[in-house]
Write a protein that binds this ligand. Structure first.
Ligand code: NAP
Length: 396
């Protein structure tokens, strides 16, 4: 079922070709729209909300947020949204993993009458969920959003935030129109995001929409600010603290990272671009802008004044060294070995992401991802100032 879905693209780009001429007109209509957003409390979602409010001054947002930790969705939204913006933002309590997104009937009907665009960014990004749990949120959650969008009376676009890592364990150049070509996946996150994207593709035959695939999202390229210290940050932190210098990977492995400000701008741009409808777009640094593990390690070494990293073949490390070290080490170094498992394959990737669609659609708007090495020091500055997320830092 899944494999069959994955190979069926179902795209009908020509269906939307007639809309290209109306491009300017539709950009203008951004003023009187209501955009439903999921995942607004997340790392990307928060930046996206700010970007949309700043960029489209008369657009209103409806944020679908789940009740959590004794707070309603509305209270959670008020906690991060400046008061000046609240008149343009409504919070609705919901949960994408529930049928109907957990919306009560009246709210669902009202939203389906008023919403004009949908951005589905909610997902679990954990690598260690069971397949069942990851599917419940990432696949069923996407299905529920698509069902909701199918009932929206004046839907102009549905933007699905996927991930470039639906490419799984491929080692070649990944094109934007490719999804399942028989690759295997490193974890349940990659697999369920691929399954969810297949579902979106099958629905986009009859619904105006675009699939956006960021690579690894890091902090703001101008300020370094981030609320997420996962992925690239974790190995950097243990290196900066002098806890570890062995890299189970290859110095020439490729790390494709993109700053959150670029991703938010690109999503806000493409949501309103009729030329993007029916496309899949890599929001990635691409072959020109990405860096190798060794280039990043060199910059980290210069910045944190640490020792040269020691590269070990990952197959040898995980089959022989790690089990032995696990028995020999204790305390923080043992925790590092345990926690690092989730990231094991990200130091040995050789795949690259083609960005042809991204360039075609974003360059006319003056948008391009900055090369990783251009803003890396700003990310480091913020890590140090915020003590890797433990200390609040006032906005630069
Ligand atoms: N971060 C990256 O490096 C990266 C890279 C490529 C693609 N992406 C994609 O970008 C999107 C956003 O990722 P992120 O890094 O911002 O993740 P994040 O910080 O973990 O945020 C996830 C968001 O999804 C919401 N959510 C999760 N389960 C939900 C549910 N059942 N119902 C309603 N909302 C739910 C979370 O709400 P709560 O606050 O209630 O938990 C949160 O707002 C995801 O689709 C992810 O796959 C991320």
């Amino acid at each position: 079922m899944i494999a069959g879905d994955l190979t069926a693209s179902g795209f009908h780009r020509s269906t939307w070709a007639g809309l290209y001429a109306a491009r300017a007109e539709i950009f203008e209509m951004a003023d009187d729209e209501l955009i439903l957003i999921t995942g607004a409390t997340g790392f990307l979602g928060m930046q996206l909300v700010r970007e949309l409010l700043d960029r489209y001054p008369r657009t209103r947002l409806a944020l679908l947020v789940r009740n959590r930790a004794g707070q309603t969705g509305e209270q959670r939204v008020h906690a991060f949204l400046p008061e000046t913006h609240r008149a343009r933002v409504q919070a609705v309590s919901g949960d994408v993993s529930h049928p109907g997104c957990g919306l009560d009937e009246t709210t669902r009907r009202r939203l389906q009458a008023e919403v004009t665009r949908v951005i589905h960014s909610a997902a679990t990004v954990r690598f260690d969920h069971s397949l069942e749990e990851a599917r419940r949120i990432n696949v069923e959650g996407t299905r529920h959003l698509l069902d909701f969008a199918g009932g929206v009376r004046q839907l102009r676009s549905f933007a699905y935030v996927g991930t470039a890592y639906v490419a799984g364990e491929r080692t070649d150049l990944v094109r934007e129109d490719e999804l399942a070509i028989g690759q295997t996946y490193r974890n349940t996150y990659e697999q369920t995001k691929a399954e969810a994207e297949a579902l979106v593709r099958s629905r986009l035959a009859s619904m105006p929409g675009v699939i956006l695939r960021p690579s690894i999202i890091v902090g703001d390229s101008r300020t370094g600010v981030t609320s997420s210290f996962k992925m690239m940050y974790w190995p950097l932190k243990i290196y900066a603290r002098g806890l570890w210098r062995t890299v189970p990977g290859y110095p020439d492995a490729v790390l494709d990272i993109v700053p959150v400000d670029f991703v938010a701008r690109a999503v806000a741009q493409l949501l309103f671009d009729p030329a993007a409808l029916g496309s899949t777009v890599h929001l990635c640094a691409g072959p020109q802008g990405s860096a190798t593990i060794d280039q990043i390690a060199l910059r980290a070494r210069q910045y944190f004044h640490g020792p040269a990293p020691r590269y070990v073949d990952p197959r040898f490390f995980f089959a022989i060294m790690r089990p032995l070290l696990f028995m020999a080490l204790w305390g923080r170094k043992r925790s590092v070995l345990r926690d690092g498992r989730a990231y094991r394959d990200y130091f040995s990737m050789r795949m690259q992401f083609d960005t042809g669609n991204a360039q075609r659609l974003l360059q006319p708007a003056g948008l391009a991802p900055p090369p990783v090495l251009d803003y890396l020091d700003r990310l480091f500055n913020y890590c140090v100032a915020s003590e890797w997320g433990r200390k609040p830092v006032s906005a630069p």
